[in-house]
Design a protein around this ligand. Sequence first.
Ligand SMILES: [Zn+2]
Length: 237
Amino acid sequence: MKQPKIVILTGAGISAESGLATFRDNNGLWEDHQIEDVATPQAFLRDPELVYRFYNARRAQLQRADVQPNAAHKSIAELQQRLGDNVTIITQNVDNLHERGGSHNVLHMHGTLLSYRCLSSHQQVYYTAPYDSNTRCHCCDPGSKVRPDIVWFGETPKYMQTIMTALSQADMFIAIGTSGQVYPAAGFVEIARDSNVHSVEINLQSAANKDLFDETWQGPASETVPAFFNTFLKTLS
Ligand SMILES: [Zn+2]
C-alpha cells in the first residue's frame, strides 16, 4: 500500500502538559508588559535588553529538568519513524520538545528559543546560554550583534514555501493544540481543503476555525494524540 503523506501542525496545546509556564502573571502581564509588546521588532529597537531578558528567561525555563516532552510529542516521533519523509512536522512552538521527543526536521515556523540569529549574516546558530547586546556571533569577523531567533509579531514566518508545497501534496493534515487564530497557520486548513486533503483537529478546546476540519478529536494532547495515531496506524497495516 502507498504510504500516506501527512502534514502535522502543532501549537501551544501540545506543550501545555510539558511543564512550560505561560510567563503571564495574574494580570496577563510579564514584568508589567503585554507579551505582545515584548515580541515585536519595535520593542527590540526601543528596549533591546528587555527583549533579551524575556527570551533568556524563557530559554532557561525550557532547560529546566521538569520540562519534558510528553506522550503527544513521542507519538508524533513514532509516526515519523514509521513513515519517514512522508511526515512533515510544522510547529508554532519555539520550544525543542518535538526534537527531545525523538522527531527531526521539524519546521519551526516561529523560530526557536535555543538559537540566536546574527544581525549581519542572518545565520541561525544553536545556542543554549543567555545572550544580550554584548554577545557577538561567531560567523562574522569581527563578530556582530545577535537577536532572538524568534519570528515576532509583524514578521514573516519561516519555511512558508516548503509548508505550502507539503500541504498541497498531503493526504492528511492534522492540527494539534492550535488556537486557529494566528495566521498564517490558521489558514493551513483552508489550503488543505482546497487540495482535497483530509483534515483533522486534535484539541483540548475546539479551535476558532473548527468548522473547517473534516474530523475532530477532543481532549488533552498527551492522551488524544497517541489514541489518534494508534487508530490511524492500524488502518495502514
Ligand atoms: Zn555573524
